[in-house]
Design a protein around this ligand. Structure first.
Ligand code: SF4
Length: 212
């Protein structure tokens, strides 16, 4: 049994899958408390569903791309089984995780989109750097930048773990905190091999809209 906050059909707003129709399964709970969190409603609210019931709901949307998100989906260990079963059923599965819990046991068919939390999140100490060992070249590591300090810290981490050679690197900004143009200028100045992204759904709908 998993506690589910919401299941909905929308456009993928981030990652290299941005712009594609996608079914989102938002699981309840999060072990972090990022200062800029925009999904606090997923910390506690939810309803219980079995894995079979979740897959049944997902199938109703007739879409092969599915993202498991949160909150932090890996707080509930059954999420790992859910992802494997979705893969068995022919779905392309994405996982959004905050990077504080182990990704070691995740089915290799799943595309992992993992945050490494920057200083302004307030969650820097929670980063589980051992996860870098289990990141595949098709996975994506995301840095959400809220300041120049975050950018400098991120550059150090990229270098320390040779991350741009390991997987796709995504840079985005804390919405309303840091001008996207600043980060784009810094990336170009430093010729970083990273992909800048905006949270597309926040431009299509009102930024606080739920379930999109
Ligand atoms: S990991 Fe995600 S859901 Fe959890 S507090 Fe941070 S931003 Fe919010």
């Amino acid at each position: 049994m998993l506690k589910v906050n919401e299941i909905y059909f929308s456009i993928q707003g981030e990652s290299t899958k941005a712009g594609l129709p996608c079914v989102f399964v938002r699981l309840t709970y999060c072990n972090l408390r990022c200062k800029y969190c925009d999904t606090e409603y997923a910390f506690y609210e939810g309803y219980d569903l079995t894995i079979e019931e979740i897959i049944g709901e997902v199938k109703k949307f007739d879409c092969k791309l599915v993202e498991i998100t949160g909150g932090e989906p890996l707080v509930q260990s059954e999420a790992i089984t859910l992802m494997s079963k979705l893969c068995d059923d022919g779905f392309e599965v994405l996982l959004e995780t905050g990077g504080s819990l182990s990704i070691k046991e995740i089915d290799p068919r799943v595309k992992i989109i993992m945050d490494l939390k920057c200083p302004t999140s307030g969650m820097l100490k929670k980063n589980h750097y051992e996860n870098i060992e289990f990141i595949k070249s098709s996975d994506e590591i995301k840095f959400v930048l809220g300041s120049r300090e975050d950018y400098e810290w991120t550059k150090e981490i990229l270098q320390k773990y040779n991350l741009t050679k390991k997987c796709i690197i995504l840079f985005s900004v804390v919405f309303g905190e840091l001008e996207p143009v600043r980060v784009v200028e810094w990336i170009l100045e430093d010729k970083l091999d990273v992909r800048f992204q905006l949270q597309m759904h926040k431009f299509i709908w009102e930024p606080t809209t739920k379930g999109v």
